[in-house]
Design a protein around this ligand. Structure first.
Ligand SMILES: [Zn+2]
Length: 355
């Protein structure tokens, strides 16, 4: 079974221009499920061929335009054509781009507002950067090659350079105007260490977090410590983008450390942050381990240990279920039992020495 994909150009006065893009040959017998429809390879080829045909038509239209000379305000003429190769999401396209010249003053006009020395479309740049933010460069390159007919600009080193360039650009962008002002915003800020790819540094400290409004509008931010990316500026910008105003209620969560706290203060968030559940759980785990390892050599201290172990368990349940007041009571009890236990310990040591 054979099909021909033909593109018919519309809007051309007095003539119909069409081009046969590709012939599709698939088995007419559906005995094998694998023969159903187009394959990924067919689809990639189809998109690449259509893309090249669309670009060729755009190139013809573009050459027929006559940009106006910026000095004489008369239409320019085509001076010559320059071949260009541009990588797109649907494959690398080649086109002849005209350069224009004013017949009156001889001034040159490009006729395009493309960035200098560009070799790929903004869409491909964004896609490479977006995937690279989630995956290693090499995996990104492999993924693009697998699903799309991209045949240029997908070497892992090119993907890396492109991602860093897009990142640089993002830093300079003016914050987007929020759609609505936010009544309440939750901000979380945490830090982590990742292995550095540079030889002179073993680890990179990364500060990251997100701001989220009650209606689910969300912005994420991250910056490597000791670089020229100012995390406080990123936080202020993220808050502005989700619609922070003077009346917005803001709740911040951190790991409870002073480092992240001072970052928040630099970003203008002076109210004390809360400990997020992950770090509460970490501290509870630490308390459990400590309680389990308490010495229980004498009967009284054995009893004290049993109380502490039980109370720590209760503390977890109470915090998890939002019983803040009860949790505070439990905490007080743990403190006082522990003080008593330590006092007992001191007394037994003193007794040993006086003996
Ligand atoms: Zn001119």
């Amino acid at each position: 079974m054979g099909l021909v994909l033909r593109l018919v150009e519309t809007g051309v006065e007095g003539m119909v221009r069409s081009v046969d893009v590709l012939e599709i040959v698939r088995p007419g017998d559906l005995g094998d499920l694998g023969d159903l429809g187009l394959s990924l390879v067919d689809g990639k080829r189809l998109m690449a061929q259509v893309q090249q045909a669309v670009v060729a038509a755009q190139g013809r239209d573009h050459a027929a335009r006559r940009p106006t000379c910026r000095f004489c305000t008369v239409p320019c003429q085509v001076k010559d054509y320059r071949p260009r190769r541009i990588a797109t999401v649907f494959g690398q396209v080649t086109l002849r781009l005209p350069r224009f010249r004013c017949a009156k003053c001889g001034g040159a006009e490009d006729g395009v507002g493309w960035p200098a020395h560009c070799r790929s479309t903004p869409e491909l740049d964004r896609l490479r950067a977006q995937l690279s933010a989630l995956l290693p460069y090499r995996v990104t390159a492999g993924l693009l090659e697998h699903f799309l007919p991209v045949d240029a600009g997908i070497h892992s080193e090119t993907v890396r350079r492109c991602t860093l360039r897009v990142g640089e650009g993002l830093r300079e962008v003016i914050p987007a105007e929020p759609e609505a002002s936010a009544a309440a915003i939750t901000l979380t800020l945490d830090s982590t260490f990742i292995r550095s790819g540079e030889d002179d540094q073993r680890h990179l400290e990364v500060r990251l977090g997100n701001v989220e409004t009650s209606d689910g509008t969300r912005q994420v931010f991250a910056a490597v410590a000791k670089t020229d990316t100012a995390i406080a500026a990123l936080i202020r910008r993220s808050l502005a983008e989700v619609g922070q105003t003077k009346n917005t209620g803001l709740t911040a969560f951190t790991d409870g450390g002073s480092g992240l706290r001072s970052i928040l203060v630099n970003a203008g968030i002076t109210a004390p942050p809360l400990l997020d559940w992950f770090h509460v759980a970490m501290r509870l785990r630490h308390a459990e381990t400590t309680a389990d390892s308490l010495t229980a050599d004498a009967l009284e201290r054995e009893r004290a240990k049993a109380v502490i172990v039980a109370e720590v368990d209760r503390l977890r349940w109470r915090i998890w279920n939002g019983r803040a007041k009860d949790a505070k009571v439990t905490l007080e009890r743990i403190r006082s039992v522990n003080q008593r236990r330590r006092h007992l310990f001191r007394r037994s040591v003193e007794a040993e020495f006086s003996w």
